[in-house]
Design a protein around this ligand. Structure first.
Ligand code: GTP
Ligand code: MG
Length: 202
């Protein structure tokens, strides 16, 4: 899929105030600093469409971007960031949860995990919660530029093993990406493009 246009639409903390358009929507979620906003910029080939930062906790709102004037990408705050206060964390958690529970237009979530790390409890718990709420998702491994190909394979295998051992019967759909090296861009975009076509044809 080619990206012809990518525009910021709005930011807010209330799912009820998100765009009313009935367009297919894809949301990026994961721990703070995992690279959600960077991935959105990489996918859209726009350097600073979504705001990024080396310091965790940059994205604090639900941000809608409209792509090719017919589908939405959504940048969300990270979960599990220790340095925001407990009360801020609770507010985040509330509106993120409400977003996933109430946003009818949401076609699929992408749960981002840093490929360098062992499977983290909070990510596994979030995926389980999505599963329990019947919200489709794919895993996106980020920062693949930081590992050698053989290590990438090994880390994915470890992740798969952990998921299968815990709650999942099969490995969820996944992508290996790097926003600095443009890895995985076509795969993710084609995946979204294919679903959009299926929705249109249905
Ligand atoms: P919050 O908004 O705080 O939740 O973070 P985020 O998940 O949106 O992360 P963001 O995109 O702001 O990136 C965090 C840091 O990771 C920045 O310093 C990015 O430059 C860096 N980063 C993101 N993606 C990659 C990647 O693929 N490779 C490398 N090497 N660094 C990356
Ligand atoms: Mg962000």
């Amino acid at each position: 899929m080619k990206i012809k246009s990518a525009e910021f639409v709005m930011s807010n903390t209330d799912v009820a105030k998100c765009p009313k358009d009935q367009l297919p929507e894809y949301a990026f979620i994961g721990r703070s600093n995992v690279g959600k906003s960077s991935l959105i910029n990489m996918l859209t080939s726009r350097k600073s469409l979504a705001k990024t930062s080396g310091r965790p906790g940059k994205t604090q709102l639900i941000n809608h971007f409209i792509i090719n004037k017919n589908w939405f990408l959504v940048d969300l705050p990270g979960y599990g960031y220790a340095r925001v206060s407990k009360s801020t964390k609770k507010v985040f958690q509330k509106f993120i949860t409400a977003y996933f529970e109430k946003r009818r237009q949401l076609v699929s979530a992408f749960v981002l995990v840093d490929i360098r790390h062992e499977p983290q409890k909070i990510d596994l718990a979030f995926m389980q919660w999505l599963g329990e709420n019947q919200i489709p998702f794919s895993i996106i491994f980020t920062k693949a530029d930081k590992l050698k190909p053989a290590q990438i394979e090994k880390h994915v295998a470890v992740y798969e093993e952990k998921l299968l051992q815990d709650v999942w019967e099969e490995m969820p759909n996944y992508f290996v990406t790097s926003s600095t090296k443009d890895i995985g861009k076509e795969d993710v975009l084609n995946y979204i493009g294919q679903i959009n076509e299926e929705i249109k044809g249905a």
